[in-house]
Ligand binder design. Structure first.
Ligand SMILES: [Zn+2]
Length: 94
């Protein structure tokens, strides 16, 4: 599993919402409770970069994550560019 931010648009009331979850799965509309709305877009948040003072830390949501991302520190870099390049190599491996 991984971690995703899913964007939804309700097929009944046409409103938008977003949830983060461990899969790009269907959701229930929070406005009219229409079931099985399909995500129109999913942003992969499995690997993210956070800044802490002068360091850019790569966090990973492990395959065991289910209800929370359970982020753990993979590596830290001196620039955001290096951290993002590192994530690209991770994405290639998985
Ligand atoms: Zn709805």
């Amino acid at each position: 599993m991984a971690w995703y931010l899913n964007n939804y648009r309700c097929y009944k009331c046409h409103r938008y919402w977003a949830t983060d979850w461990s899969c790009a799965c269907d959701d229930e509309c929070p406005y009219c409770q229409a079931r099985n709305a399909t995500a129109i877009d999913s942003v992969d948040l499995t690997n993210i970069v956070v800044q802490e003072n002068d360091a850019f830390i790569v966090l990973n949501s492990p395959p065991t994550a289910e209800h929370h991302p359970d982020y753990w520190e993979v590596a830290r870099f001196s620039s955001a560019k290096l951290a993002e390049d590192f994530i690209e190599t991770l994405d290639r491996e998985f």
